[in-house]
Ligand binder design. Structure first.
Ligand SMILES: [Zn+2]
Length: 106
């Protein structure tokens, strides 16, 4: 790629970056909570569905948070934003790498 093409591609990627504030790292899991006794719902049904956000840290540490249905929608959006932000930053880095080491006859 020509230098000019790389610079244009870089600008285009940067302009399409998602929000840098509404982001969240982690995974969304669907679980069911079952009460052992005293719950009519669990006694005759499959329990209570819950959404859990799991965030892992270096060293194997994790944090888990139960989410309300409303929060789940928000969290899904924030997780998408984070992934897109990360992917886009990675692509910009690759372009910058090409700027440092242009291929011959490109
Ligand atoms: Zn229950």
């Amino acid at each position: 790629m020509k230098q000019e093409t790389i610079l244009k591609a870089r600008t285009k990627l940067a302009a399409a970056l998602p929000s840098t504030t509404e982001i969240l790292r982690g995974s969304l899991l669907h679980r069911r909570i079952r009460h052992r006794s005293g719950c009519a719902v669990c006694a005759k049904g499959p329990g209570h569905p819950v959404w859990v956000l799991t965030v892992s840290y270096p060293g194997g540490r994790t944090k888990q948070i139960s989410l309300s249905a409303e929060q789940k929608v928000l969290v899904q959006q924030w997780l998408r934003n984070y992934r897109k932000l990360k992917d886009t930053l990675e692509r910009i880095c690759e372009l910058n790498l090409q700027l440092l080491r242009p291929e011959k006859n490109a």
